[in-house]
Design a protein around this ligand. Structure first.
Ligand code: TXA
Ligand code: MG
Length: 329
């Protein structure tokens, strides 16, 4: 895998690989995406193989300009334009009714397509140079934690990818908010940096939550975004006891807490996480990747506050914990 910087030459070369049907990972403000020409069935096939992703899961098409939305969506309701004007380029994906000709590989065979303009200068330069829509799921293997540095991509994807454009660590660190505008009412499919409240304010009406057992979004599977190390979410008040229960059995345990470490921390890899939800989201995936290198029995993660500002972090932590999310005794 070639590693490129972000000079005009680098961008031109990366765009050339994409035009030839290759796979190029690139930075966005949320996480690194694995880009492929969304109009090329062959490139899409390579993309799904590289990710190990089931064919019926849709991918987001990344665009350089809001005007291109009408190329990919056959109906663009007024709220979509208002949200695009307010939040693009930025961490918001809109799901709209797909235009004729959009590949089934992009939509997962559904009648909708996910679109976003990423808020990262390198991503925008690459999209401009490429000149079309880039399908770009997070540049990780299916079900795993999204990469937030170019190094994460090279470690995880290796030779399955032709090149990665290094644009430094991602500023947001969690995947985009996904809003489905293809139905009767706007529905939040995945919380992210753009909050449900911020969306509702622009639309002028409330945004519904996720339908239980709804659309085929991988982000909608309970055990997604998971590290190899089992994750247990623990209430702040129960954290000390949970740690001691394990260290008493000589099990090396990792802890991510917002508060400071407890007094006796032998056999414990204790990481204090930022108390600000945006900062926490920015560093979370890199921390989870580090923990996988420590060979701990599990990672105990303090449950974040139940406030709206923590919604995206809470969502990813609950998915990472999957079925193991019950507080241990
Ligand atoms: O921040 C992000 O969105 C990153 C960066 C690279 O842009 N991309 C990303 O892609 O997270 P991915 O494929 O890992 O997750 C995209 C999510 C999936 O859960 C997918 O099912 C959902 O978006 N999605 C895409 N198109 C959809 C559609 N038409 N209907 C419903 N969900 C859709
Ligand atoms: Mg993903």
């Amino acid at each position: 895998m070639a590693v490129y910087g972000s000079t005009p030459d680098d961008i031109a070369r990366a765009a050339g690989i994409l035009r030839a049907g290759g796979l190029v990972a690139f930075p966005t403000e949320t996480v690194y995406g694995l880009g492929a020409d969304a109009r090329s069935a062959r490139a899409m096939e390579r993309l799904f193989t590289a990710k190990g992703r089931p064919a019926d899961h849709p991918v987001i098409v990344h665009l350089a300009r809001a005007g291109a939305v009408t190329v990919w969506a056959r109906e663009v309701p007024a709220p979509a334009w208002a949200l695009a004007a307010r939040f693009w380029p930025g961490p918001l994906t809109l799901v709209l009714k797909r235009a004729p000709g959009v590949l089934d590989a992009v939509t997962g065979g559904q009648d909708t397509v996910g679109l976003r303009i990423p808020g990262h200068p390198v991503a925008l330069a690459l999209l401009e140079a490429f000149g079309g829509g880039l399908a770009a799921p997070s540049a990780n293997r299916f079900g795993r934690v999204s990469p937030t540095t170019a190094g994460h991509v090279t470690t995880e994807m290796g030779s399955a990818v032709d090149a990665v454009v290094d644009g430094g660590p991602c500023a947001v660190g969690l995947e985009s908010t996904i809003l489905d505008l293809s139905g009767e009412i706007p529905r939040l499919l995945r919380p992210g940096a753009v909050s449900a409240d911020a969306l509702a304010e622009v639309i002028g009406s409330p945004v519904a939550g996720r339908a239980v057992g709804g659309t085929r979004t991988p982000g909608g599977l309970p055990s997604h975004y998971a590290p190899d190390t089992p994750v247990l979410l623990v209430a702040a008040a129960a954290l000390d006891a949970a740690v001691r229960a394990r260290t008493a059995r000589n099990e090396p345990v990792a802890v991510l807490s917002i508060g400071p470490p407890a007094g006796d921390v032998q056999h414990v890899r204790w990481e204090t996480m930022p108390a600000d939800p945006r900062e926490y989201g920015r560093v979370l995936y890199a921390r989870l990747r580090e923990i996988d290198r420590w060979a701990c029995c599990c990672v105990l993660i303090e449950r974040p506050p139940a406030e709206m500002a923590w919604e995206a972090v809470r969502d990813r932590l609950e998915r990472a914990a999957g079925e193991g999310r019950v507080d241990p005794p």
